[in-house]
Design a protein around this ligand. Structure first.
Ligand SMILES: Nc1ncnc2c1ncn2[C@@H]1O[C@H](COP(=O)(O)OP(=O)(O)OP(=O)(O)O)[C@@H](O)[C@H]1O
Ligand SMILES: [Mg+2]
Length: 504
């Protein structure tokens, strides 16, 4: 008897509906799978055979044909074990599909018949729902991840045996009780940072206008500490944003029972030895990389000077487009990545260039090499350049806390929302050069200041544009409609400087 079971395959962050067709044919016993199945699916026979045997369901010693329709698209993933096993049991008459035509099945089987958590459960269940599925069997370990999907009945099961008993009429298993509750964000607070008020101000500006930020300073001055706290001053994610980020983590296989749902903005800090694939995403079944894992949050490149320049170059386009496209033989997949880029670096190899307390011991060659790494096209992505001075032990006040800083960010964000409503622009950092005049209204004195600074400091056109965008953000934080001299003067401080010019 030909049996058709609903499932889906992953393509990037979305699912594609797949019908698993199983038939038992005349001929020598065997297991034949067609329909562009990936390696993990072709290997499913042993898992399925053993799981069925250990669940006391007969595995037919006949010619089993499995077709994954539509046959033209590549399918990947171990979650096809369950729909294939159900299809085989039904085709051999051990299980009846009557009444379950509206159900979809996802799950990997272990040899003893347990259902193992799968990657991408959230997009797969969303895809099933969009295609008219009313009930969906998932491994119990994925239940919380998909608990918030409405209009579909989730049936979490621990084993193939449980799936079979439910299909034979047993009561549906209940959902786990502790569906993700809003916990307080476990992010450290800016109240812990002593002094560094200028850096905190720059972080507020960066967070408000989504400007890229580079902090340069001596070792141990608190750069990493400052960057780590950045998510604590961003507005909370909306449910829609949480859903998008959770999909990314689901496809990356990063969700588990301790974090079934991503509620808080991510902070990702890849090490400088990271590979291109781990940074941007990739693999046979493409997984998102660190760039996409930081979606709607902060991507922090610590020790920027140590990153390979090719790696930084490969990040340029994704940063510009807010997404990364991975091209494979089976087609291209796109993962989003709307991130606030934050970077930190020492001023030189030994770390003490410009430090009033300690002499720099770098050779001129070393200085030149280090500087060349901190320049180049990647720096175009960074609007705010900041020198972070050292704070002596016992010095420095306990300044603004994260909640006070977040209030400033929110005020500036509201001004941007009002200004850019319906334009497709979200943040000041995205204002196209051609529209700067329209959006960045200057007081006459501020205009005169910018012109004078442009001449004196020989600012490039690019720096000039960046300064205008930053000044716009500062004015938004201050609640000013047009940009005044104070805001312009502040914005000019964040221009890219030669390392030697940095003031400690
Ligand atoms: N302003 C500060 N207030 C409180 N603690 C600080 C401050 N600056 C540094 N520290 C302490 O010093 C430690 C080192 O700081 P951090 O790792 O942020 O330095 P860094 O600038 O990133 O150094 P490196 O260049 O070596 O990476 C922090 O864990 C923190 O305990
Ligand atoms: Mg550090």
């Amino acid at each position: 008897m030909l049996i058709r079971v609903m499932s889906a395959s992953l393509a990037g962050l979305s699912g594609v509906p797949v019908h698993v067709e199983v038939d038992i044919l005349r001929g020598l016993p065997g297991y034949h799978i067609v329909g562009l199945a990936g390696t993990a699916i072709r290997e499913s026979q042993l898992r399925i055979q053993s799981a069925m045997r250990n669940t006391q369901i007969e595995y037919p010693q006949r010619k089993i044909a499995v077709n994954l329709a539509p046959a033209g698209t590549r399918k990947e993933g171990t979650h096809f074990d369950l729909p294939i096993a159900v299809g085989i049991a039904a085709a051999s008459g051990a299980l009846r599909m009557d009444g379950w035509e509206d159900a979809a099945f996802f799950g990997e089987l272990s040899l003893d018949g347990q259902l193992i958590a799968i990657r991408g459960a959230l997009p797969l269940v969303l895809c099933a729902r969009e295609n008219g599925v009313r009930r969906v069997f998932v491994p119990a370990a994925n239940a919380q991840e998909v608990a918030l999907v409405d209009d579909i009945r989730i049936i979490p099961c621990r084993s193939l045996a449980e799936v079979v008993t439910v299909m034979r009429g047993a009561a549906l298993p209940s959902m786990p009780a502790n569906v993700p509750a809003q916990q307080e964000q476990a992010c450290p607070d800016y109240a812990d940072v002593r002094g560094q008020e200028a850096a905190k101000r720059a972080l507020v500006i960066a967070a408000c206008g989504a400007h890229g930020l580079l902090m340069v300073g001596t070792p141990g001055c608190g750069k990493s500490m400052l960057a780590e706290r950045m998510v604590s001053i961003l507005p909370p994610m909306t449910k829609q944003e949480q859903m998008e980020v959770t999909k990314i983590y689901s496809v990356a296989g990063r969700l588990d029972e301790s974090m079934p749902w991503v509620e808080h903005r991510p902070f990702r800090s890849p090490h400088h030895t990271i590979t291109k694939q781990a940074l941007l995403g990739g693999g046979a079944v493409p997984r998102p990389g660190e760039f996409s894992l930081a979606h709607y949050g902060v991507l922090f490149l610590d020790e920027l000077g140590e990153f390979d320049s090719d790696l930084l170059d490969s990040l340029r386009q994704p940063l510009e487009e807010d997404k990364v496209t991975i091209v494979r033989t089976g087609g291209a997949v796109t993962f989003p990545g709307k991130v606030i880029l934050t970077a930190a670096s020492n001023p030189c190899k030994c770390g003490h260039l410009g430090d009033p307390k300690k002499a720099c011991i770098c050779t001129p060659q070393e200085l030149r090499k280090y500087r060349s790494r901190l320049s180049g096209p990647f720096m175009e992505r960074i609007d705010l350049h900041l020198s972070v001075p050292r704070v002596e032990y016992g010095e420095g006040e306990k300044g603004l806390s994260s909640s006070e800083m977040r209030k400033l960010v929110m005020r500036g964000r509201r001004a941007q929302e009002a200004r850019f409503a319906g334009t497709g622009i979200l943040f000041n950092s995205q204002i196209p050069a051609a529209q700067l005049d329209q959006y960045c209204l200057l007081d006459p004195e501020a205009d005169a200041l910018l012109r004078m600074a442009g001449r004196r400091l020989a600012l490039s056109m690019r720096t000039y544009h960046k300064t205008l965008r930053i000044a716009r953000t500062i004015a938004d934080i201050d609640g000013a409609a047009s940009i005044g001299t104070a805001q312009m003067a502040e914005a000019l401080q964040y221009r890219p400087k030669d390392v030697e010019e940095s003031v400690y």
